[in-house]
Write a protein that binds this ligand. Structure first.
Ligand SMILES: *Cc1c(COP(=O)(O)O)cnc(C)c1O
Length: 454
């Protein structure tokens, strides 16, 4: 080594926290992480619902290696590559749901940023220049860059940047049944109330000033795998069409097969105008995200400036595209989207069985291999734990100590109160691994209950 380190215990790498030292992973293979101290941990969340094929896939490794030898990088201003073309073809074969083109970028935030710009350019081309406003939902996450952060509601991540965001945004209520459906309401009435609220919000701003409504079909990390109430997205889409407002669905976490269909919106019976995808697209083997565009949007560009006025040096990067293409070919060849749906049913059943005895488990919800457990201090009243306890992160730490990695969530209900953990195993997971995950999670929850519900 030699040379001084920044502060005792620190390294030159800027971690997320200056105090918490992340675990060093020496190797990762299949469902398992091996830490540099030799400890093994089952990865039941694939990082942040990323690793859809698990770790260390030989076929993907070979594809990436071969691509580097073939053509590693070219600039998209002048060039394209076979892998980038094939990846777009594979995802959009037959233009499903009217979705016609994809642009590939390096991260989810970049994809959301590009989606918002595309939506704005769409109206610019149409001469509707006064459209500048974006409506999002509370308890949603869309990214960490300026505009994507502006439409996100993760309070802790936004705190230092008040006044530093894109100003023309507002939010409506989350479509979060367990917390926000009133006891006096049916699910359909809850949906109607949410759609009416969005209608009122569009009208408050002036519908002719609104670019888009952006939402996660199944809310990811912020509120924990929240599927929409019945008919919600259909209602939202009808409203957007009435006013000519675009519907952007952020499927960065819930999409690409994670929820048991390739697009998470598929069961909802809607055609979104723009979709963002990322996490399970490349399975974490390379950084890659996508913005997928409906024919309606592309047509306006065709008739207008004939370009998407947006670009990055690393867009459609051949190595990232090669990794994602290899992942998506395996997903299709091995029927892994269907497997995500089937194993998801099993995971849901196992979670309900194993956690039945846990007094702090208020709700178990999810779709495909995308599940969350929401914690409460009192099941009957749904009262959350004192926020300062950080119960969700405590359960996650306890589970990690016992050998299973789940993704922690805190501020589940409103950004401050509420706790959950998220389980998002690889699509290749088997039943015995799922059983082990659920048992270890149960033990971790019981251990925390012994402390906080004693
Ligand atoms: C992770 C995530 C993002 C941001 O993606 P990054 O790659 O972290 O920039 C955006 N939207 C949703 C729904 C996400 O889950």
């Amino acid at each position: 080594m030699g040379g001084a380190m920044p502060e005792p215990g620190e390294t030159h790498l800027m971690h997320r926290s200056l105090v918490f030292q992340p675990h060093k992973v020496a190797s990762a293979s299949g469902f398992e992480l091996t830490l540099d101290n030799g400890r093994k941990v089952i990865d039941a969340c694939g990082g942040a619902a990323v690793a859809c094929l698990g770790h260390g896939n030989e076929e993907v490794a070979t594809a990436v290696y071969e691509q580097i030898k073939q053509v590693g990088y070219v600039h998209t201003q002048a060039y394209t590559t076979q892998v980038a073309e094939e990846l777009a073809d594979l995802i959009l074969d037959g233009s499903p749901f009217g979705l016609e083109k994809a642009v590939f970028l390096g991260s989810g935030s970049e994809a959301v940023e590009a989606a918002l710009k595309l939506a704005r350019q769409y109206f610019y081309e149409k001469g509707e220049h006064e459209r500048l406003h974006i409506v999002a939902r509370q308890q949603a996450y869309h990214g960490n860059t300026m505009a994507s952060m502006s439409v996100s509601s993760n309070l802790a991540r936004k705190l230092p940047y008040q006044g530093f965001c894109y100003p023309h945004t507002s939010t409506v209520s989350p479509a979060y049944t367990y917390r926000y459906q009133r006891p006096s309401e049916t699910e359909a009435q809850f949906t109607d109330r949410l759609v009416a609220e969005l209608d009122a919000e569009f009208n408050r701003i002036g519908p002719h000033r609104v670019i888009a409504f952006i939402a996660e079909p199944v809310v990811g990390a912020t509120a924990g795998c929240v599927p929409p109430p019945v008919g919600y997205l259909r209602g939202v889409k009808a409203l957007c069409e009435r006013y000519g407002i675009l519907l952007i669905l952020d499927e960065i976490m819930c999409g690409s097969g994670r929820c048991g269909t390739f697009f998470a919106f598929e069961p909802e019976g809607v055609e979104p105008d723009i979709v963002t995808i990322a996490k399970a697209l490349g399975g974490g083997f390379a950084p890659i995200a996508g913005v997928v565009m409906h024919r309606k949007v592309v047509d306006v560009l065709r008739q207008g400036s004939k370009a998407f006025v947006h670009g990055h040096t690393f867009q459609a990067h051949a190595i990232s595209c090669a990794a994602a293409l290899a992942v998506q070919k395996i997903v299709r060849r091995d029927g892994l989207v269907e497997r995500s749906a089937a194993m998801g049913e099993i995971l849901g059943t196992l979670l309900r069985q194993e956690l039945a005895q846990c007094r702090s488990v208020g709700d178990i919800r999810g779709r495909g291999l995308f599940w969350a457990v929401e914690f409460v201090k009192d099941k009957a009243t749904k009262e959350p734990f004192d926020a300062s306890i950080l119960y969700g992160p405590k359960v996650q730490e306890e589970a990690f100590e016992r050998g299973v990695a789940v993704y922690p969530g805190h501020g589940t209900i409103d950004g401050t109160a509420g706790d959950h953990v998220l389980i998002a195993p690889p699509f290749t997971v088997d039943e015995s691994t799922l059983k082990k995950v659920c048992e270890l999670l149960r033990d971790a929850i019981l251990a925390q209950e012994a402390v906080f519900l004693a």
